[in-house]
Ligand binder design. Structure first.
Ligand code: T4K
Length: 400
């Protein structure tokens, strides 16, 4: 175990991990179950287009989310696009900047302009009061994001949206297995979008899903994901190909069957990170939402430079040298990414978002890491912070 600065790889010590430790290493379910599903798919010679596995995956996710309908898609971004199109959104839509850029890009691809909103200082999700201030004549909807699985203030957003006659959708890409007021995330707003990308708590390699209680909306989404067909020869709208394949659904079902195990593993890893990092000056772990179910899929650290002695980016350099590929999600923020940053218009003032984007760091989780690995990550952080000012000085001078 490392005990002093010279032990850190960035200052010439041995690396903690020979193989890089990623954020987002996929959880892999029961291989035999997956392979038997794949054999069955091959035997049936039915590979995509509303196959039985896609249907079963949709039903099982709908049961978990306690919603009427789930519509599976190729990925979460396509699911967002279909939902935006199905709701006929136009003009401007208010979204948080503190999200993966796919939230904004999905709107932009549908010809809708994202207007970036700040997040609340406590929730780190879209701030309903700022939403209210940003509403203008062109606003058609609000897209809340349950960032890192912590729910938006759904009730207040609903009030604001209803009062101003706006649509309300949610990007729940991170939120499978999480709740708001004890109710599973999935049934709020007009529709909620999930991602089953490889890096998510439950994955279908690539995949997405719209969850909704609106039957007509679900029907329209099914048509939109299939070129706009509503019958064998009948095309009703400008659809696209966004269908999930049977192979992805087989992977998704296999992963879903073990979701409780994945979440329990994450919960224990989180507990380990928390106990190993507790009391370190300037190092603060994002806490689980009080009284809610949470999938613990993202372990998010805040690095407060003054008490810690070194900045978030310096700590990141320390970890990368150890082979820990921690991530600065969602740096630099959508409003500072293209194509949005180059647009003329008033500068976007998002103080809470910007200060979080300078401080947060996501640490590895998932079943690919065990408590021993988490312990080694924490040991490197502890050593760097215990002599934080000296580490900062050496890093600034480029001195080993
Ligand atoms: N809304 C929100 C709020 C989202 O976070 C996302 C996606 C979406 C919408 C859109 O959903 P999708 O269209 O993606 O279904 C990753 C994911 O690609 C992305 O799905 C996710 N959010 C985002 C938060 O993270 P990157 O570019 O940061 O990382 P990526 O995909 O290169 O993977 C991270 C690390 O994971 C890699 O360095 C290596 C490791 N990895 C990755 C893959 C794919 C593996 O070890 N094995 C793998 O198979 O975006």
């Amino acid at each position: 175990m490392k005990s002093k600065l010279a032990d850190l790889a960035v200052f010439g010590g041995p690396r903690s991990f020979e193989q890089p430790l990623h954020v987002g290493r996929p959880n892999i379910g029961d291989r035999a179950a997956l392979l038997s599903r794949v054999e069955d798919i091959l035997d049936r010679r039915w590979l995509t287009n509303d196959g039985v596995y896609v249907g079963e995956f949709e039903r099982r996710v709908a049961e978990l989310l306690e919603v009427g309908h789930c519509v599976a898609t190729t990925n979460g971004t396509a699911a967002l696009q279909l939902l935006v199109r199905a709701r006929g959104l136009r003009g401007e839509v208010i979204v948080p900047s503190l999200t993966f850029v796919a939230t904004a890009h999905a709107l932009e691809w549908e010809g809708v302009s994202p207007v970036f909103c700040d997040v609340g200082a406590v929730t780190w999700t879209i701030d309903p009061e700022h939403v209210a201030e940003l509403i203008g004549p062109e606003t058609s909807a609000v897209v809340g994001v349950h960032t890192w699985g912590r729910a938006c203030d759904v009730e207040r957003l609903d009030e604001v949206a209803k009062h101003r006659g706006l649509g309300l959708l949610f990007d729940a890409a991170h939120a499978l297995g999480c709740s708001y007021r004890g109710i599973p995330i999935g049934g709020f707003g007009e529709g909620e979008v999930f991602s089953f990308h490889a890096t998510k708590v439950c994955n279908s390699a690539e995949g997405g899903m719209v969850a909704t209680n609106d039957q007509a909306l679900a029907q329209e989404l099914r048509s939109l994901r299939n070129f706009g067909f509503s019958g064998t020869d009948r095309v009703d709208s400008l659809g696209i190909n966004a269908k999930m394949s049977e192979l992805s659904a087989a992977m998704g079902l296999t992963s879903l069957a073990e979701l409780p195990r994945f979440i329990e593993h994450n919960r224990q890893t989180f507990g380990h990170y928390r106990s190993e990092l507790s009391g370190l000056p300037g190092i603060e772990l994002m806490e689980p939402p009080a009284g809610e179910r949470w999938n613990h899929h993202y372990v998010v650290l805040q690095v407060h430079e003054e008490p810690a002695g070194l900045s978030r980016d310096q700590l990141l350099a320390v970890l990368q040298a150890e082979g820990v590929l921690a991530r600065r999600y969602f740096h630099p923020g959508c409003h500072r990414a293209e194509p949005y940053v180059s647009r003329s218009g008033p500068p976007t003032d998002l103080p809470v978002t910007e200060s979080l984007l300078d401080r947060v760091l996501c640490l590895p989780t998932g079943t690919a890491i065990d408590q021993q690995a988490a312990g080694r990550v924490c040991a490197a952080i502890r050593v760097a912070v215990s002599e934080g000012a000296e580490a900062r000085r050496r890093l600034q001078e480029g001195r080993p």
